[in-house]
Design a protein around this ligand. Structure first.
Ligand code: SF4
Length: 239
């Protein structure tokens, strides 16, 4: 466990009876894991794009910010064909990187970040992706969301990666009552059993892209609705 995760979990917290939430979150994970194989999985962590390679996971996670998965996947594949290691990435100019990752949003900025990341990995971390929150946050383009994704997917360190889908659905499920993603991460750390932390992101991102979409979710098709596992907090319009 990282120092940061330890301190994160030890924040003063209200007294909560979490037993019901723990039971329900396990039932939610079981139900979603049965359904998910029929849906497209998120690009970061996808076997044929990043697999469990820490460098590819880090780079794809940075590319994915404010970008649809299809565009992230195209850019990541093009880039990894030319550069699958920090050393190989440093052999490309910023301009070449920008051309390869052009399908993603903010690609000129991200090209600069990627080169800087490769440089910092070589100078500070022996060419490897670091395994701590602090070190990851020292890389450009890396916030808690990306860092938690890397810690969980690449190193198996229990971490809750909260993106817009995880934030929205965790609130609809009533497992968090929060305004910010950081508060959601804190709330989930209190109610989710640690063995579910890494899986939670992948399941909810897939669900958020396909069923529990931002506007008018498909509650009539949702297994969590059929099994009475979702109180649909804040949902005013659904299909
Ligand atoms: S029941 Fe509706 S609000 Fe709840 S998870 Fe399913 S789609 Fe989302």
């Amino acid at each position: 466990m990282t120092t940061e995760n330890r301190s994160f979990r030890s924040h003063r917290r209200p007294r909560l009876d979490t037993r019901g939430s723990v039971r329900r979150s396990r039932a939610i994970v079981r139900a979603l894991e049965r359904e998910i194989p029929t849906y497209a999985e998120p690009v970061v962590g996808k076997r044929r794009v990043t697999g469990r390679d820490p460098f590819k996971i880090l780079i794809a996670a940075v590319l994915s910010a404010r970008t649809r998965d299809a565009a992230t996947e195209r850019a990541a594949r093009q880039l990894f064909r030319r550069a699958a290691t920090p050393e190989a990435l440093l052999r490309l100019s910023e301009r070449e990187i920008a051309r390869l990752i052009a399908p993603v949003g903010m690609y000129p900025t991200k090209a600069r970040w990627l080169r800087e990341i490769a440089h910092l990995l070589r100078e500070r971390h022996g060419g490897r992706v670091p395994r701590t929150m602090t070190a990851l946050l020292g890389l450009p383009g890396v916030g808690r969301k990306v860092a938690n994704l890397v810690l969980g997917l690449a190193f198996g360190i229990p971490s809750i990666c909260v993106d817009t889908h995880v934030h929205r659905i965790s609130n609809r499920l009533g497992l968090a009552r929060t305004r910010t993603r950081e508060d959601t991460e804190r709330a989930l750390a209190r109610v989710l059993p640690r063995d579910l932390w890494i899986r939670w992101n992948n399941l909810l991102v897939t669900w958020g892209q396909n069923v529990c979409v931002p506007v008018s979710p498909w509650c009539s098709r949702c297994v969590l609705n059929h099994r009475k596992l979702c109180p649909r907090v804040g949902v005013r319009k659904s299909r």
